[in-house]
Design a protein around this ligand. Sequence first.
Ligand SMILES: C[S@@+](CC[C@H](N)C(=O)[O-])C[C@H]1O[C@@H](n2cnc3c(N)ncnc32)[C@H](O)[C@@H]1O
Length: 425
Amino acid sequence: MPLKRTTARIQLAQPTLLAPIWKNQLYCGDCLNVAERIPKDSIDLIYIDPPFYSQRYYEMIWGGAEVAERFAFEDRWRGGIQTYINYLSERVQKLHELLKLTGTFYIHLDWHISHYMKVELDKIFGYANFRNEIAWCYRGGGVPRKDFARKHDTIFRYSKGDDYTFNVDDVRIPYSDDVLDSLPSRYDKSYRANKVYEGYRPNPKGKHPEDWWLIQPLMPSDKRERLGYPTQKPLALLNRIVLASSNKDDVILDAFCGCGTTLESAQSLNRRWIGIDVSHTAIRVVQERVAKIVGAPTEIYGVVETETELRELDPFEFQNWAINAVQGRHSTRKIADMGIDGFTFLENHPIQVKRMDHVGRPVIDNFTGVLQREQDKKGMVIGFSFTAGAHSEVARLLRESGVHIELITTRQLLDGLTVKQITIM
Ligand SMILES: C[S@@+](CC[C@H](N)C(=O)[O-])C[C@H]1O[C@@H](n2cnc3c(N)ncnc32)[C@H](O)[C@@H]1O
């Protein structure tokens, strides 16, 4: 099915929710920038499942690799864990502005970071607006020899104010057999808080759910639902969130949408939605996923799919696109003047973007100088193509002085890179 799209330049200039006829929206870009395009106080429910501490990243960065255990947790980020907290808080602050006064926010984290972020979230939403710490519990392999098995993620739920949606009847769960099998007299009286309640009966719609949810993650055998996207969450998890905290036709935003689980849930439960992801690969997966349910293409903003389109972008947009495509951090203008256009994902190594073909040896020499000045031994240069001279100089630098410059072509970016490549491991 052909998928509709327009170029970044045209689309990013357009307002979104102000359109007279609603269209679900998919954006490719850093949610920090895309949030600027979305009117404030317009979203009913936000769910985010940000990267780094989720499976894919720490498997690639910590797990398995022989280097893994040599590094303390903080060392994996230059500037320590505070860098990550700042990165995430800045984005949550922006998303908070987009929520309606009646809106709800869910953030999906795990033990690495959840306790640090709780403090920041309380500052952004207000302590009184904290609603739940949900433990998403699951079973599975990977049991440590000398620790309890870590088998839950933490999802914080906040409201923007006192008046928020909570549809408990839509998310009630079955009572356990123990309760249902009890003798009827079991329900004649119940004792709570030193009071006796006469005539208590289980609610026919089911039990009010606790703040721990036993929902299995997707397994390789889940052929119907599993798309192969490494951090894909189960629909059952998102359906519970969407049903509990939104109503039909409400607007739901997932600002780190990955392969679009929230969007599928919203679509199939008759909500409206906006998805944002910085990765072109993710956006392509979402396009196909949603098209299968909707039966029609979704309009996409910010996606460039061909080299011809890339060449039409002005230098500033081209640079933005390239930095986003490697999930990097944009540099300030001041640093850009010194030969650094951005910094790599997680590891913060310098990136130089060249909007040209046949990037040659002089660029590599110049960038080596930048790395020396920054006292760094790793960096990335992005261009349409590189000369043989550039490649051999990069190989020589690695061999003779341990300097690792990753040469990335726009073709590779359009096809999608691995986490190893974008972090320069
Ligand atoms: C853990 S995954 C989300 C998985 C998703 N919940 C699902 O079920 O598929 C995190 C996603 O955030 C995206 N991402 C990373 N940084 C981003 C940013 N600054 N803005 C938007 N998306 C970003 C990554 O490309 C990745 O797809």
